[in-house]
Design a protein around this ligand. Structure first.
Ligand code: HDD
Length: 705
């Protein structure tokens, strides 16, 4: 009898939903416990090649050796030309209400009906092995396995894009990717070609504002928004269209790292975001996102100061509120990275009845590119048969043959036919339910190669973004521009870019120019004063501290009772508490109580935690003061704006970490000093809820504010 598949068992894959049950058919449960060749011939030695004599030459006849090496030689496929590095997870989506008024999409009809999904998060610029915490856009691509076929919402964590027309995409990607001669920099846009392109391409300015903001260094895939970016179209059963923009909102709030922290994390844990997602799902803290839509009636197409077809523009939420329509939970990690996360193929043109395109020229070009790129990346036209890509809906086509064909298709493959009884029949000839009918839009025009006049305002919404930021967000944007342009070697490019920023805001251009040693450009007097509070991360925190990671610095002599009391309160609120000490094992309190150590301090770093707890205890604090790694831990936690709670003597570590005197006990700055857990816990929990305290003395670079 075939043994139970140990991998399925370990991961608890137990026919979770329809997609999981479908995948089960493809999970390679070994049918015998003996090693075989691909042909099923049993092998008793895979360590020694067949040779002529003990010390003689290897023989060509050794088919096992040749097959093993040949298969290995072909294990790699081309990585994605963009979004090469990613992490995926399965889950499900369920609507809150029926959206039948706007769309006939089956998966949006019935409140509570679950549709399985696979989501892949990614960075854009770097190769597969690059670090997670680089400054970059994050991909947020969702495949809904609906009963009417697969629907892919291939979005990003920013609501706008660099270019307006897809024909510019190869130029943009060539500019942002590593430079062609030396293939540097990896996972970074801080180089000449990127800024050369952007400085000559003002339509990228709005996107640059997002890219230079902390949105480009998310704390977690679980704490970042997603956007469909384009204006799409819902179509209802009567054929009425409604413009729609899609928004994913994480229930854990929208939180970011700070730049210094992101750079340290890239070294301490290059898999920072990937690990975070994986571990959260493995531990049952499943990330959740709410899907929201902005709906615009067809007759209001021209009611805005910008063009709805222009992907460099948002519809401000104050103008058209986001209506929550459902929620998505990611609750299962893949079992095989290559088979699932690497081979998944998203395509903006994978739509289902009830969801259609608009004439956004960026979207129109994407609708060509994704299928095209999968053909080379996945080696032929049959990639939709790969388990992760396979729809749950029945598939019946006249496509035949090609590399990797998995199906034995009996019968003819042409239409019309009489010999196969006319099968597969067109839906039009019988059952009309679930048929995709393209939206009946009337189209007329000259053939022209022009950009619409309505696409020509490249700065107003960049200004809107700037105006909507809080003081510390603005300071971070200025610092990011200074960092990036500071890496640019061409003076001409720097000057041109700063000149463009003058059309966004004089303060921004002036502060960036000062950092680069350039004269402040003339501010543009026509800059608007609009703002949209919904854009600031100050307004996007969530309630609660679920899954936030708390580091406790301990040593022999630590007040164990205090740690246990704080741990109880923090854990009850959903946080994850880890005790760090110089070595693994345990430490003893003054009263010889024992505290288990979760991690050895030398293997960890403050950047791997959200917040810090320093218990008192004279001897313990002295030990920590003598350990440069512990002092650095505190110093970084403070500098990165993280909440810190200290007990009694623990305050001496703050002093050693050069925390200014006025902040030694300043709950409004996220530094809580109290002797008992009862006094500290509530203030600490509210501080963790706020995520970061970026207005602490010394944190805001005065030149950048
Ligand atoms: Fe794209 C991948 C998102 C514009 C061409 N894109 C890709 C992925 C995401 C996006 C999330 C990774 C999917 C995955 O995880 O496998 N792309 C976007 C967004 C865009 C955008 C939100 C603008 C609104 N993309 C865009 C344009 C083109 C492409 C204008 C080409 C004309 N994108 C591709 C691609 C990729 C891709 C070359 C690379 C790998 C893949 O498709 O499967 O076809």
């Amino acid at each position: 009898m075939a043994p139970e598949n140990p991998i399925s068992k370990r991961r608890g894959h137990d026919g979770h939903d329809d997609k999981d049950r479908q995948l089960d058919d493809f999970r390679a449960a070994p049918e015998s416990d003996a090693l075989t060749t691909d042909q099923g011939v049993r092998v008793d030695d895979t360590d020694n090649a067949l040779r002529a004599g003990e010390r003689g030459p290897t023989l060509l006849e050794d088919f096992h050796n040749r097959e093993k090496i040949t298969h290995f030689d072909h294990e790699r496929i081309p990585e994605r030309v963009v979004h090469a590095r990613g992490s995926g997870a399965y889950g499900h989506f369920e609507p809150y209400e029926s959206l039948a008024e706007y769309t006939c999409a089956d998966f949006l009809q019935e409140p509570g009906r679950q549709t399985p999904v696979f989501v892949r998060f990614s960075t854009v610029q770097g190769p597969r092995g690059s670090a997670d915490t680089v400054r970059d856009v994050r991909g947020f691509a969702t495949k809904f396995y609906t009963r009417q076929g697969n629907y892919d919402l291939v979005g990003n964590n920013f609501p706008v894009f660099f270019i307006q027309d897809a024909i510019k995409f190869p130029d943009f990607v060539h500019a942002v990717k590593m430079e062609p001669d030396n293939e540097m920099p990896t996972g970074a846009s801080a180089h000449d070609t990127f800024w050369d392109f952007c400085s000559l391409q003002p339509e990228s300015t709005h996107m640059l504002m997002w890219l230079m903001s902390d949105r480009a260094i998310p704390r977690s895939f679980r704490m970042m928004q997603g956007f469909g970016v384009h204006t799409f179209r819902f179509v209802n059963a009567q054929g009425r269209g409604t413009f729609v923009k899609f928004h994913w909102k994480p229930l854990l709030g929208v939180n970011s790292l700070v730049w210094d922290e992101a750079q340290i994390a890239a070294g301490r844990d290059p898999d920072f975001n990937r690990r975070d997602l994986w571990e959260a799902i493995e531990s049952g803290s499943c990330p959740e996102y709410e899907l929201g839509v902005q709906l615009v009636a067809e007759e209001d197409e021209h009611a805005f100061a910008f063009d709805l077809l222009d992907a460099t523009k948002i519809i401000p939420e104050e103008q058209v509120p986001v209506r929550p329509i459902g929620r998505m939970v990611l609750d299962r990690n893949p079992q095989n990275f290559f088979a699932e996360t690497e081979q998944v193929a998203f395509h903006t043109a994978n739509v289902v009845p009830g969801i259609d395109f608009t004439n956004d020229p960026l979207l129109q070009g994407r609708n060509f590119s994704y299928l095209d790129t999968q053909l080379i990346r996945l080696g032929g036209p049959n990639f939709a048969q790969l388990p992760v890509n396979r729809p749950l809906a029945d598939v019946y086509t006249n496509h035949r043959d090609g590399y990797g064909q998995q199906v034995i298709q009996p019968g003819d493959s042409y239409f019309p036919n009489s010999l196969s009884g006319g099968c597969p029949a067109h839906a039009g000839s019988g059952d009309l339910s679930g048929v995709f009918r393209h939206y009946q839009e009337s189209v007329a025009g000259e053939k022209v190669r022009v950009r619409s006049e309505s696409f020509k305002d490249h700065y107003s919404q960049a200004t809107l973004f700037w105006n909507s930021m809080s003081d510390w967000e603005k300071a971070h944007i200025v610092e990011a521009f200074r960092f990036e342009l500071g890496k640019v070697t061409s003076d001409e490019v720097r000057e041109r870019m700063v000149g463009n920023l003058a059309h966004v805001h004089g303060d921004l251009a002036g502060a960036v120019a000062a950092g680069l040693g350039l004269p402040a450009p003339q501010p543009d007097p026509t800059v608007p004063s609009l703002s949209s509070p919904a854009l600031s991360q100050e307004n996007l925190s969530a309630e609660g501290i679920r899954t936030r990671k708390v580091a406790v610095l301990a040593a022999d002599g630590t007040d164990v009772a205090y740690v246990e009391a704080m741990r109880a309160k923090l854990t009850e609120a959903g946080a994850l508490v880890e005790v760090l000490a110089a070595a693994e094992g345990s430490v003893h309190g003054e009263d010889s109580a024992v505290l288990e150590v979760d991690r050895a301090l030398p293997t960890m770093a403050s950047v791997l935690y959200d917040t810090l707890l320093v218990p008192g205890g004279k001897q313990a604090v002295q030990t920590l003061l003598d350990d440069p790694a512990a002092v650095r831990f505190v110093e970084e936690s403070y500098r990165h704006g993280k909440p810190i709670a200290v007990q009694g003597d623990g305050e001496r570590l703050l002093v050693a970490a050069r925390v200014p005197g006025e902040v030694l006990n300043a709950p409004e700055q996220g530094v809580i000093s109290a002797d008992s857990a009862d006094e500290a816990a509530d203030a600490f929990v509210s501080a963790i809820e706020r995520h970061r305290f970026m207005r602490r003395p010394g944190l805001l670079n005065p030149g950048a504010v």
